[in-house]
Design a protein around this ligand. Structure first.
Ligand SMILES: Cc1ncc(COP(=O)(O)O)c(C=O)c1O
Length: 393
């Protein structure tokens, strides 16, 4: 028999990093250990007290059983407590919050709840891939809008053609932004929300992944401005070094959350209860988050001057653990150059994590992304090697 993937799956572009991946493998084969700024997966351990809550949770829920689809009442209350403390936003844990198995599944699945074939979904470029792949699988059409330095990497919603706005059901937002590190302010959100309400477009704000990783002012939540027609996505993956735990939550307009809940009961069976116990203690603590912020700041402050000395034009990222670095020449070529055995630094070429927008522009061209994952010691070593780039062809 013939085994074939679906047309939708086959329509997705092939793995873009094959060429870079091959070069990294070649380096390893030569016995060179590259310093890896490629993948945004925290290398620091989950805090001990969180691991303890996980273990206690395992005993407490010894008889296992399926967890609640929407999260335990205690977990949703912990999420509500966090939102109140951090943003001054009061949410009803019963109606306005739902647990998720991390943000990725929630982002990918959301369009299934709202999109009919041919509806447009406005997606930022560069952007988090499940925004577009989830749209495609739901039968929708992604419309990519560029994040450009001249707009402070904010979506220029006024420039979206009326013909697109009329057919769009969802607009995806991601601030603090991966990979540009940009923050959206309350004034920007006010204008955007007004535009979205006028056009009857639901705002899906994937804001909670990096919202506690900032360097100066804490970034606001869009829910401080409005909750009508808005769903916000939160994840403990990066805030609490818990990528492997798979836990987060969505919150916002209860009508949107309601659709999300009924979609979810068809897809997964909820976050394991012992993981929710760990998440409850993680959400309540700020000290370890402050320590994490300090560590990323230290790494950023070592790398930025080295990039400048390498002759690159730098702009300090405001938040997230990414640096969106403008390079000279082609970004893929630049990334390959850093894989020379004498440098051995892995970065992600911007054009490979961006989609071509209306008019043929790929806004990631000419940028590379540094994820501040290597240890402080490795970052210092990388800085030394980057400085040596100056003047090299
Ligand atoms: C912008 C953005 N949103 C959401 C996520 C997903 O986080 P998780 O599925 O681990 O909760 C990521 C992970 O890298 C991300 O970069």
């Amino acid at each position: 028999m013939k085994i074939e993937p679906s047309e939708k799956l086959a329509s997705l572009p092939p793995y873009a990093f094959a060429e870079i991946g091959k070069k990294v493998e070649e380096l390893r084969a030569l016995g060179v250990h590259p310093i890896d700024f490629g993948v945004g997966d925290p290398s620091e351990p989950t805090p001990d007290f969180v691991i303890q809550s996980l273990a206690d949770g395992g005993k407490k829920h010894a008889s296992s059983g399926y967890p609640s689809y929407i999260g335990s009442r205690r977990y949703r209350e912990a999420a509500a407590g966090y939102m109140r403390r951090r943003f001054g936003v009061s949410l009803d844990p019963e109606r306005e919050i739902c647990a998720t198995v991390g943000s990725k599944e929630a982002v990918f699945n959301l369009p299934e709840g709202f999109i009919n074939p041919g509806d447009f979904v406005i997606c930022p470029s560069p952007g988090y891939p499940p925004m577009k792949t989830g749209t495609v699988f739901a039968g929708g059409v992604p419309f990519f809008v560029p994040l450009l330095a001249e707009n402070d990497f904010l979506i220029d919603y006024e420039s979206i053609p009326e013909s697109v706005a009329n057919r769009a059901k969802i607009l995806w937002l991601n601030y603090p932004n991966s990979p540009t590190g940009a923050i959206a302010g309350r004034e920007y959100y006010k204008g955007l929300v007004e535009w979205a309400h006028r056009n009857e477009i639901l705002i899906a704000a994937d804001e909670g992944c990096y919202i506690d990783i900032y360097f100066d002012e804490p970034p606001p939540s869009i829910l401080e401005v409005s909750r009508e027609g808005i769903i916000a996505f939160y994840s403990l993956s990066k805030r609490n070094n818990m990528t492997g735990y798979r836990v987060g939550f969505v919150c916002g307009d209860e009508r949107v959350i309601d659709v999300f809940k009924s979609l979810k009961t068809n897809i997964d069976s909820g976050v394991p209860d012992f993981v929710q116990e760990a998440a409850i203690s993680a959400l309540a603590d700020e000290e370890h988050v402050e320590n994490m912020r300090r560590l990323y700041r230290d790494k950023r402050d070592i790398l930025l001057p080295a990039l400048r000395e390498a002759g690159l034009e730098t702009s300090a990222s405001d938040a997230t653990f990414y640096l969106w670095q403008k390079v000279y020449g082609d970004d893929v070529e630049f990334a390959k150059k850093l894989l020379d055995p004498s440098i051995a630094i892995v970065v992600t070429p911007g054009s490979l994590i961006s989609d071509t927008c209306d008019g043929g522009l790929n806004p990631g061209k000419g940028y590379v992304r540094f994820a501040l994952m290597p240890s402080l010691e490795e970052v210092r070593e990388a800085a030394k090697r980057l400085r040596a780039l100056r003047g090299r062809p």
